[in-house]
Design a protein around this ligand. Structure first.
Ligand code: MRU
Length: 346
């Protein structure tokens, strides 16, 4: 891929600034965990797996700057770093998964000196990033096999290289099908209000010469009804034990339309997106974002001053609309409750 979403370089975290795409390709440098927390909150980095990688790297930066004489004092401060990072965005579980993994690693090495623990945390953050890339390729391999020659694929939001350490989940499936020479083409929903589809998905697919056509969100139903979509694949921010899946607002509508039109609707996500503690999607916290994202486009007001606004950033697609969930360990279908537990060895 011709861009890097996030990397650890010279003891700094480097991230492509996704708020500036597609106009400018700018890379920001972060030297402390509060900067990384602000970057997550401000959507400089976004997309569930990429948020997880950023959080882990934020913990590594935070650990480096902790002043402590004992492990207990170090760990208390590390927990504070994790709390600050954890308060940035509520829906993508990969954020909390990464923070828990970093805390666990610190605990597992509590007998070592603090500098060794700092180094281990840095190595862990880098390995979360490198593992994510491998995981996305596996998702691509399993999902790409489901795509037929010449398929017309619809995706919503951005679940690509920009939303992960690279390659992508939903776009990983698309990339794998493209690389296999299947002659696919992609329709990208623009994804109001933040326009991840228009600004990010279209940008990264065009960069990789994957045929993409941009549509507004309200066009998807008509394209399905008129036989122009063969396959739908989206990412996920959190998957509950029964398979209900939170993803970008609008995903639910796409899933219902896909079922109505008998089009397969797949979710592609790493196992780190599973939250089997939650019985169903009703328990998934849904982020509500600023009203200006709805009243303004690119800083220009499009709605009357003072109008009431709702801006839930995610919705939950009930499992019954999902044809299958594509993970790095394979594709699961049917009884999600049973299959998801089996996937993680429960
Ligand atoms: O608000 P965002 O841009 O972080 O939301 C991103 C999405 O909803 C993606 O579809 C999801 O995180 C899957 S990313 C591989």
């Amino acid at each position: 891929m011709s861009f890097r979403t996030i990397e650890w370089r010279d003891n700094k975290v480097i991230m492509i600034d996704q708020t500036k795409l597609p106009g400018e390709e700018v890379y920001n440098e972060y030297t402390d965990f509060t900067g990384v927390a602000e970057a997550i909150r401000g959507m400089i980095v976004r997309g569930a797996p990429a948020i997880g990688v950023a959080a882990a790297m934020g913990v590594a930066l935070g650990a480096r700057d902790i002043i402590a004489d004992t492990f207990d004092s170090f760990y208390r401060q590390l927990e504070n770093v994790c709390d600050v990072l954890g308060r940035t965005r509520p829906t993508a579980v990969n954020l909390f998964w990464a923070l828990e993994r970093m805390k666990k690693v610190a605990q597992q090495h509590k007998e070592l000196d603090l500098n060794s623990i700092r180094e281990i945390l840095k190595a862990e953050a880098i390995s979360i990033e490198q593992d994510d890339l491998k995981i996305c390729k596996e998702i691509g391999k399993h999902g790409g096999a489901l795509v037929k020659e010449g398929a017309s694929i619809l995706t919503h939001c951005n679940a690509g290289g920009l939303a992960t350490a690279g390659y992508g989940t939903a776009l990983g499936v698309i990339r794998a099908a493209h690389e296999a020479g299947k002659g696919i083409k992609v329709f990208a929903d623009e994804t109001r209000p933040w326009l991840q589809g228009a600004r990010l998905t279209a940008w990264e697919l065009m960069k990789d010469s994957i045929p993409v056509t941009l549509i507004t969100d309200n066009m998807a139903g008509w394209l399905m009804r008129t036989g122009q979509i063969d396959f739908v694949v989206v990412g996920a921010d959190r998957i509950a034990a029964n398979g209900d899946t939170a993803n970008k607002i609008g995903t639910y509508s796409v899933a219902v339309l896909a079922k109505e039109n008998r089009i397969p609707f797949y979710v592609a996500a790493p196992i780190s997106t599973l939250d089997l503690k939650l019985a169903s999607g009703d328990d998934i916290p849904i982020e509500e974002r600023a009203s200006t994202e709805v009243t303004h486009i690119q800083g220009v007001r499009i709605a009357p001053e003072g109008v009431k606004v709702r801006n839930p950033a995610f919705d939950v697609t009930p499992a019954r609309y999902i044809t299958g969930i594509i993970t790095e360990k394979g594709v699961i279908r049917g009884d999600y409750e049973k299959e998801l537990r089996a996937l993680v060895g429960l």
